[in-house]
Design a protein around this ligand. Sequence first.
Ligand SMILES: C[S@@+](CC[C@H](N)C(=O)[O-])C[C@H]1O[C@@H](n2cnc3c(N)ncnc32)[C@H](O)[C@@H]1O
Length: 291
Amino acid sequence: MEKYEKQGHLIYHGDALEILQSEIADESIDLIFIDPPYNMGKQFSNFQDKWPSEAEYIKWAYEWIDQCIRVLAPTGTIYLMASTQFMPYFDLYVREKLTILSRIIWFYDSSGVQAKKYYGSMYEPILHCVKNANSYCFNTDDILVEAKTGAKRKLIDYRGKVPKPYNTKKVPGNVWEFPRVRYRMNEYENHPTQKPEALLSRIIRASSYQGNTILDPFAGTFTTAAVAKSLGRKSISIETQDEYLKIGLRRVLEMKEHLGEELLAVKKKMEVKNGRSTIRNDQTGDLFNAN
Ligand SMILES: C[S@@+](CC[C@H](N)C(=O)[O-])C[C@H]1O[C@@H](n2cnc3c(N)ncnc32)[C@H](O)[C@@H]1O
């Protein structure tokens, strides 16, 4: 296990379960975002995301879920992702230990490969859970989105004693539409399941305060830590794969070199149309941006 640290951002290179058990103190973390391997057979650099049986995958998952609950502060929040196939197991397990406030659907536009003989998967589920349902962070004003009835259609609400315009802003519901990270986007890194900064931005703005510590035990491209940093939070990230560790060292700790190797961002081919580059940032839909 190696450890790297700079200005409140800590990166562990090693196994999530071992590091949770040996390095992270009880009740020390304000917000945990968990995006684990889904047991779907994906290749993550040298790691293949497939357990010998479903039972073994679930047993492993319950161990790190327990560890995350142990390290979560009494007022802390966990966002837990899983494949649609395994979320029912996680939901039943977690609801015995935490309060599940929302069951979020992250919905996205179609992927490259379209299912032909069944309904293709267009969403990923996320559990939003807290340790204490009477005391947790939820920064309503920091995550407001446009309420179309009020902002676009400018309708008047006649239901009360005095007619008034509908609100122009609202708290998002539990169906979230964010585009998946595509090659053309500035934030793109070379990883099969990179999560969008916009998704993490909403989670971190809603469920943490400036200066809080955010943990991501399966960091991948370190989206959580990168967004945490841009929002003035501290971070702890864990990742096993050397290839992805290097992304974190560059993206979060701003290191230029590691073990004699220059740490470079993905070099992208830029298409130039009418004198303009076509690489762009997609819209988040939020009224507030990550940066
Ligand atoms: C679904 S991806 C996370 C993607 C990440 N949320 C992002 O935005 O890029 C899961 C990550 O967990 C890593 N991983 C797999 N087994 C691990 C383990 N035992 N401990 C720590 N990381 C692990 C994989 O290499 C992979 O990068």
